[in-house]
Ligand binder design. Structure first.
Ligand SMILES: Cc1cc2nc3c(=O)[nH]c(=O)nc-3n(C[C@H](O)[C@H](O)[C@H](O)COP(=O)(O)OP(=O)(O)OC[C@H]3O[C@@H](n4cnc5c(N)ncnc54)[C@H](O)[C@@H]3O)c2cc1C
Length: 502
């Protein structure tokens, strides 16, 4: 290996066999299948994976497509269900509800953005629920599912979807995938790491069995402990807890009862919020809270009192901190998954961040050639992506009107980054939806939040003002009817899964 501005990768080691490790191994094996590169993954038989992380965002479809994963096989193997978005309950105030769909809202009228026409109606006090203009949100509300028709020339038919799945079955599914493409798996624990004293690059992982793994490039997928990037390369974490104080979750699995919903639910609680993730055979639940406001025992009691379905597992507390590593790639070490940072799972973004992290690594080592320039660029893009998600999550707290506990009063007043303040100000002024580079959440997602938290723009842009109000009303009514018709033709989520995947 050459230790200057660039080096060629012939051997890759992946540390960790959770979702991050097996995702990285699968994506690397597929992408570099025609290259002369050896990939070895080591996972400890005695250090458990975090065991949560079961809701995703639509980007996973593209990742699966690039891996040529058969959707039916995947759904069967992981007890997966389909996800059209997230329902937020009691976030703005007790009793309130709104939906964040994986879609845009409505269709433009005479090239004027739909949301500006909607702002115009609001200005004229002709209020109408924006969710009725998303087929995705309307299907979810009705508990139905149909595949989108994204090739259609009617934008009302376009939407995305994602999955809920069993995290351990998913890791197992990807393990089979990666092993069938030549990835070598070692069940062992790294107890020491040898670095090159001249340049600080990682050289060798020493395993408890006595075996050693040498490689040119190391993927640290060791979870929160970040055994390589954090512990060995001493890359610090940027702490975001002043913006996002939740630092604990208690998680439990329950039996499935009632209709199988095609979305994740997030319900605000007095010191945080709880999730509900429906799988085919069970439901995943968790309460995310801040230990500054409630202790673990009380949190567990409050949480369990909200669950109506019988428990399948013992409740388990998981600790975390909001933040990201200053760099996710240092020298010949790249952190993916929890080893690279964590933002609470309010919008199910961790698995997506791990996929885009591996992608950034792949794109920035063309032909397996690593350069300082590529590392710097990948780190910059990763930072922007993380910060964009951070801002979007902070908005959920900042915009809430809850004041029923000290937790809510404090989070609503917590400082917000300038990037977020600028966005909110632009929207409030005249409905402008600013988008920064590398943001995961696009305009419709921000609009869903502004709508859900009843942040209404003071004005609309001049193009919407130029449209006759009756024209807007008539076309809005037509859009609503088309969507209602689409929903009436769709099967229930459970029937869809049965008919297509049985
Ligand atoms: C409460 C909570 C809820 C979440 N919900 C979601 C969600 O809904 N959606 C989402 O996208 N993400 C979610 N996440 C994040 C998601 O769980 C993780 O991104 C995902 O599971 C990946 O974890 P990981 O593979 O990085 O780490 P882990 O699952 O912890 O895996 C670490 C691996 O490293 C191995 N290891 C560690 N040290 C060593 C060593 N010394 N030697 C050998 N092996 C070692 C372990 O054996 C294990 O295989 C959630 C996270 C939390 C905390």
């Amino acid at each position: 290996m050459v230790f200057d501005m660039q080096f060629k990768v012939r051997k890759i080691a992946v540390l960790g066999g959770g979702t991050a490790g097996w995702s990285a191994a699968s994506m690397l094996a597929e992408r570099f299948r025609k290259h002369d590169v050896q990939i070895t993954l080591v996972e400890s038989p005695r250090i458990a994976s975090v065991g949560v992380g079961e809701a995703t965002v639509p980007g996973i479809l593209g990742v699966h497509r690039s891996l040529n994963i058969d959707e039916r096989e995947f759904i069967k193997a992981t007890n997966a269900t389909l996800k059209l978005g997230i329902e937020f309950r009691a976030w703005n105030y007790s009793g309130g509800r709104f939906f964040h769909p994986f879609s845009q809202f409505g269709a433009a009228i005479d090239k004027v953005d739909f949301h500006q026409c909607w702002n115009r109606l609001n200005k004229e006090k002709r209020y109408t629920n924006i969710e009725d203009y998303s087929l995705c949100a309307s299907l979810a509300k009705a508990g139905r599912f149909a595949l989108p028709d994204n090739g259609s020339n009617n934008p009302l038919a376009w939407y995305g979807y994602a999955y809920h799945f069993d995290a351990s079955l998913y890791a197992r599914f990807l393990r089979d995938y990666a092993e069938s493409r030549g990835v070598i798996r070692l069940s062992d624990t790294v107890h020491a790491v040898q670095k090159n004293p001249d340049n600080g690059f990682i050289d060798t992982l020493h395993l408890e069995s006595g075996e050693k793994i040498s490689a040119d490039l190391f993927f640290d997928c060791s979870g929160f402990r970040s055994r390589l990037l954090g512990a060995e390369m001493a890359v610090e974490t940027i702490d975001w807890s002043k913006h996002l104080p939740c630092d604990r979750a208690v998680a439990v699995q329950t039996e499935s009862e009632g209709p199988l919903l095609p979305y994740t639910s997030s319900t605000a609680m007095s010191e945080g919020w709880r999730w509900r993730i429906p799988l085919q055979n069970r439901t995943g639940n968790g309460y995310v809270y801040s230990s500054n406001y409630i202790d673990d025992e009380q949190a567990e009691n409050d949480f369990l009192s909200q669950l109506s379905e019988p428990l399948r597992t013992e409740p388990r507390v998981i600790q975390f901190k909001a933040g990201m590593r200053k760099k996710f790639w240092e020298k010949n070490c790249i952190a993916i998954g929890l080893a690279s940072g964590f933002i609470e799972p309010l919008e199910s973004t961790s698995i997506s961040l791990m996929h885009t992290g591996v992608d950034k690594a792949i794109v920035h080592m063309p032909d397996l050639l690593v350069s300082d320039e590529g590392i710097d660029r990948a780190n910059e893009l990763n930072r922007l992506e993380y910060e964009g998600i951070r801002d979007f999550i902070i908005l959920h707290y900042w915009a809430s009107k809850r004041d029923d506990s000290q937790f809510w009063r404090d989070v609503r007043k917590a400082p917000i980054p300038d990037t977020l303040a600028t966005k909110i100000a632009a929207y409030m002024e005249n409905g402008a939806l600013l988008q920064y580079p590398q943001e995961s959440f696009r305009e419709p997602s921000w609009l869903a939040m502004y709508n859900g938290f009843e942040l209404h723009a003071r004005d609309c842009d001049s193009s919407a003002k130029a449209l006759p109000i009756e024209q807007i009303d008539t076309l809005f009514s037509k859009m609503r009817s088309a969507i209602e018709k689409g929903v009436s033709h769709a099967p229930s989520h459970a029937d869809f899964l049965r008919s297509v995947y049985d």
